[in-house]
Write a protein that binds this ligand. Sequence first.
Ligand SMILES: [Zn+2]
Length: 144
Amino acid sequence: MTAPLLIPCPHCNGLNRIPAGRLGDAPRCGRCKTEILPAAPVELTQSCFSSQLRGDLPLLVDVWADWCAPCRAFAPVFAQAAGQLRGRCRLGKLDSEANPSLAGQLGIRSIPSLILFKGGVEVARQSGALPLPQLLAWLRQQGI
Ligand SMILES: [Zn+2]
């Protein structure tokens, strides 16, 4: 038996313990009953970011803005990736216009930017959008 995984709830930020074998069973938050691993990207903000960095699943962040055409074009790809990576990697979107100081802390120079965090630490970064196969290949190189 492996130890349960700690995963933050995307709604209330509460840390849940989920047995590895239950990741595919649409687990719900013990506190607020929200689905913990939705098939779509979750929205990240300055206030929840540090909470969402916690836990045992990697977090892939898409830093974007509404005025950015390449960001909007990439959104469906990122959403598709969220469905395919469900239970292996969490995907979140960070609106750089709504969260400028966090985008500054992250050193965002261009958007879209993709940042992969493991254990709360940045392990890889990609500037610019990728087609889905290349995105999945890039993540495979990072062990996802
Ligand atoms: Zn919750």
